[in-house]
Ligand binder design. Structure first.
Ligand code: SF4
Length: 556
């Protein structure tokens, strides 16, 4: 850890009381003695209901169970049912439990995202906008969604994963495919043994057994009931070296979130990011050449920026081949008490954008996002009471979408085109191929789209350029084309699937892989690699890939 870090603990008024209130509301189970009659009435109604749907169940819960202090949720109702049947207050009926949990539903991507937070630790960054609260990872605030859940488990990775799995199951979500997302400060600044133990314990929780080493835990997960089909870690560009890239891959990571915030060296310096655009470009290049999916964070309204300079900055993401990310989060800078930016605002050096300025900026950003990028967020969900001044709107994306619709403009990003829960007719799908250059690769974004341009499946293929420096590539990947991502959406997964829902060779994923192999062969590559998650190794074995050291490869 960096000993020069300046600690700025924030003293929010009534911070502790607010956290305690939040915990009581969200984390306290229902008192089954106090609500006994209400709960029995609910279970009777659930048993008797015909055609029980998710919305019908929710309205029954809202109508029959009231608590002024504790938040009544479906998983607390399931827990109450289990507790009451265990105490013989009523007989256990599997059918009632199934109805309370609803029938399993998949997210539109077929994958359950599971976020885990690392423990509090200093960050090497000194960014002037970044809050620090004692006992929490740098930049995270106690009342942010998910943070209290992690704190409740003392940031223990095993307990966090088990609790989320239980909650998914109580809410009727499928849990066979899990995408792990590790947040909290800068991953690369944590001690290596902390990182290794953290990842191993997440896998242990998915596996339901404890393993003696990370490798054994990963092996075990290949056939576990809850498989990790992705692992995302979050770090800073100036921490990315070839060794770090190798280590991230060894841990099992498939996607890296990089906070770049601005593509302007002057703004980076003003905001004391402690990194330059040269650091960013190098980090992105190393990660892309290693096949990682790249998820960047960009922050408008930094000190020194204006809405117009932000528009110019955003355009660099696509115009400069060194960036061109696969996924993006726009986090407009939030002004938070206790930060250096707050002091600059008090001195009159800084002005947060108004709601209308931010909405227009997001509209202009969204209209320029290319079809190969997924715009995941346009606002960070910071509770309004932390924001000292400026926009507190949490519905910025909806507001921007409304404006785009009124102006007859469609956002082309992946998120806005995903098929979600619509039915797809296989014969209406067409294969699209979009090629674009980066500073080290030619990228092929292959996709199956409907006649309405909705996205049913896609694949990212990277062909390293002959001019890419071999010193920036992992030995294992030299002379390989690389599949960086294969994604088939929930409903599309049914096309060519067997009765278990597992994709067969005739499925969309398989057809995309075959197409990628052809492109690689035509471009003169002899081998193709895939950055497989631990839980997708079996899938790629079916397609002729074998595990080498850190990647799966096959000849073309
Ligand atoms: S790098 Fe991220 S966590 Fe660290 S100080 Fe900067 S914004 Fe905060």
């Amino acid at each position: 850890m960096n000993s020069k870090i300046v600690s700025r603990n924030i003293h929010f008024k009534e911070q502790d009381e607010r956290v305690a209130r939040w915990q009581k509301k969200h984390l306290t189970p229902l008192d089954i003695d106090m609500h006994r009659d209400e709960l029995l009435a609910l279970f009777d109604a659930v048993r008797a209901a015909r055609d029980l749907s998710s919305s019908k169940l929710n309205s029954l819960i809202m109508r029959l169970v009231h608590d002024d202090v504790v938040h009544v949720t479906q998983d607390k109702i399931v827990a109450a049912y289990r507790a009451m049947t265990a105490r013989d207050i009523l007989p256990f009926e599997r059918e009632v439990l199934n109805r309370l949990r609803l029938k399993p539903v998949r997210t539109s991507s077929g994958v359950a995202p599971l976020t885990v937070l690392t423990a509090a630790a200093p960050c090497p960054g000194k960014c002037i906008f970044c809050p620090e609260v004692s006992g929490y990872p740098k930049s995270y605030l106690p009342l942010e969604p998910g943070v209290q859940r992690a704190a409740q488990h003392r940031f223990d990775p095993f307990k966090q994963v088990r609790a989320r799995l239980q909650s998914f199951e109580n809410n009727g979500h499928a849990t066979d495919k899990i995408e792990l997302l590790v947040l909290g400060g800068t991953w690369s600044a944590y001690a290596p043994n902390y990182q290794e133990r953290f990842v191993r314990r997440m896998f242990d929780a998915l596996n339901g057994v404890e393993s003696e080493s990370l490798e054994l835990a990963q092996q075990c997960n290949e056939t576990a009931e809850h498989r990790a089909v992705g692992l995302t870690l979050e770090t800073r560009p100036d921490h990315i070296t070839l060794d770090e890239v190798k280590r991230l891959r060894w841990l099992g990571a498939t996607k890296i979130q990089l906070g770049i915030q601005s593509l302007d060296d002057h703004i980076l310096e003003l905001n004391r990011r402690g990194e330059t655009t040269a650091d960013q470009k190098r980090a992105i290049r190393l990660l892309r050449l290693a096949g990682f999916k790249l998820h960047l964070h960009w922050m408008p309204n930094l000190l020194g920026a204006t809405p117009e300079s932000d528009r110019t900055d955003f355009a660099r993401l696509w115009n400069d081949p060194a960036y061109r990310p696969d996924e993006l989060k726009i986090y407009p800078c939030g002004l938070i008490e206790g930060t250096e930016l707050f002091t600059r605002w008090q001195a009159g050096d800084y002005r947060p954008y108004r709601d209308d300025e931010l909405t227009e900026l997001i509209v202009d950003c969204k209209r320029t996002v290319p079809p190969y990028c997924r715009l995941n967020r346009v606002i960070r969900d910071i509770p309004a009471n932390y924001i000292a001044a400026g926009s507190t709107r949490s519905d910025l994306r909806l507001a921007a979408q409304r404006v785009l619709r009124e102006r007859g403009i469609a956002c082309q990003c992946i998120r806005c085109r995903e098929v979600r829960h619509e039915k797809i007719a296989p014969d209406e799908l067409r294969l699209d191929s979009l090629a674009y250059e980066t500073d080290a690769t030619t990228e092929h974004f292959l996709s199956f789209v409907t006649s309405r341009n909705q996205l049913a499946a896609f694949l990212r293929l990277s062909l390293p350029s002959p001019h890419a420096s071999r010193d920036e590539m992992l030995d294992e990947l030299r002379d390989c084309a690389i599949i960086r991502e294969v994604h088939v959406y929930g409903n599309a997964l049914e096309i060519g699937s067997d009765s278990d829902g597992a994709a067969q060779h005739s499925g969309l994923g398989a057809r995309l892989i075959e197409h990628a192999i052809r492109i690689a062969r035509d471009a003169g590559f002899k081998r193709i690699a895939v950055i497989s998650a631990i839980g997708t190794r079996a899938y790629y074995r079916k397609h002729g890939f074998e595990l080498d050291e850190l990647y799966m490869t096959r000849s073309v």
